[in-house]
Design a protein around this ligand. Structure first.
Ligand SMILES: Cc1cc2nc3c(=O)[nH]c(=O)nc-3n(C[C@H](O)[C@H](O)[C@H](O)COP(=O)(O)O)c2cc1C
Length: 163
């Protein structure tokens, strides 16, 4: 496989990996920013740590890298509109009609989500086009609801249990 084939084969294979959908928010000089992101994982429970992978070309990258805070908002199956909004559909005034709250770090906590993890960045690793931010969870909360999922290029309701 040459490099181009490898990239397209990689993307085709990754499309088959299902994931939850998050909006990762941050705040810099009082200005909030958010990015739709599926590259989120649990790292450690004690101490609680998570990771997110952010493209360094994304505007959100500068917000997280400079403020050193982010909040992972786990979207519910009813929040596809938010996933689309924060994946580039609205580039300015992203939060204009969203009544968000804040937790420990000041990064936006979106309403109607099924959980959030409010984090302080403890490590950043460059890997290809992306940066892996490892966040120490300073506050988190779980709420009712079923998750929005992403698989094979489309959004799904991941609330169905296999018996
Ligand atoms: C379902 C979905 C998942 C995405 N996952 C990621 C991701 O894990 N990391 C990332 O950097 N971008 C991801 N993106 C792309 C960003 O949401 C998109 O590039 C965004 O417009 C960047 O916005 P910004 O430049 O305003 O920060 C994803 C997009 C979608 C629709």
């Amino acid at each position: 496989m040459n490099a181009a084939t490898t990239a397209s084969a990689f993307k085709a294979a990754m499309r088959h990996y299902p994931s939850g959908v998050t909006v990762v928010t941050s705040v810099r000089d009082g200005e909030p920013r958010g990015i739709t992101l599926t590259a989120f994982a649990s790292v450690s429970a004690d101490p609680p740590m998570v990771l997110v992978c952010v493209n360094r070309d994304a505007r959100s990258y500068l917000y997280i890298a400079s403020s050193r805070v982010f909040c992972v908002n786990l979207l519910s199956a009813r929040q596809q509109e938010l996933a689309e909004r924060f994946s580039g559909k609205i580039r300015e005034h992203q939060f204009d009609d969203i009544a968000y709250e804040t937790d420990a770090t000041g990064a936006p906590v979106l309403p109607g989500t099924i959980a959030h993890f409010d984090c302080e960045v403890v490590e950043e690793h460059h890997a290809g086009t992306h940066s892996i931010f490892i966040g120490r969870v300073v506050s988190c909360e779980a709420r009712e609801g079923t998750p929005l999922g992403y698989f094979n290029g489309g959004f799904h309701d991941f609330g169905m249990r296999v018996e």
